[in-house]
Ligand binder design. Structure first.
Ligand code: ZN
Length: 157
């Protein structure tokens, strides 16, 4: 399916307010480049690529959410924005990479998050299709006050 790409590569409205990441996303928006496309990734992402697959690469999130033990990104290598554009082979590789990452870190529980398409509906800050693997840190002091936990924007309702 040939989906029309969004008119933007990043959405500063969805960057964490007051966080350094907000400034990064605003600067990228002014440059009008996609920070996750292969030719740009190294300019914006300084974490090493841990798994370099055919369709995906896996790396630590350079700007992890607070209160997490692990925050990994799986970035589709070609610029697509919708799940409908993923090939069956890419889905298989995604599962294989998630399994490798989880086993390598002994992640007994976590969250897999994949937002796609127009960021107004998702809360994502980068339109280039990517997924998150997040394991929260139950020992983090902020868990002692659950109401103070920072939210992650993933609009679901
Ligand atoms: Zn891209």
């Amino acid at each position: 399916m040939d989906k029309e790409k969004t008119a933007k590569y990043v959405d500063p409205n969805n960057a964490r307010p007051g966080h350094a990441y907000e400034g990064v996303i605003k600067a990228i928006a002014e440059e009008k480049v996609c920070p996750f496309c292969p030719e740009q990734l190294a300019n914006f992402h300084k974490q090493p690529v841990e798994i370099d697959g055919i369709y995906w690469l896996a790396t630590k999130n350079q700007y992890p959410y607070t209160c997490v033990r692990h925050h990994l990104l799986l970035i589709h290598k070609a610029h697509i924005e919708h799940v409908e554009e993923l090939s069956p082979e890419a889905w298989v590789e995604l599962k294989e990479i998630i399994t490798k990452l989880n086993r390598g870190r002994e992640i007994a529980g976590g969250t897999f998050m994949l937002r796609f398409g127009e960021t107004t509906y998702t809360g994502a800050s980068v339109t280039h299709l990517h997924a998150h693997i997040i394991q929260s840190d139950p020992d983090h002091e902020r868990y002692r006050e659950p109401k103070s936990m920072p939210g992650v924007i993933a609009r679901v309702g």
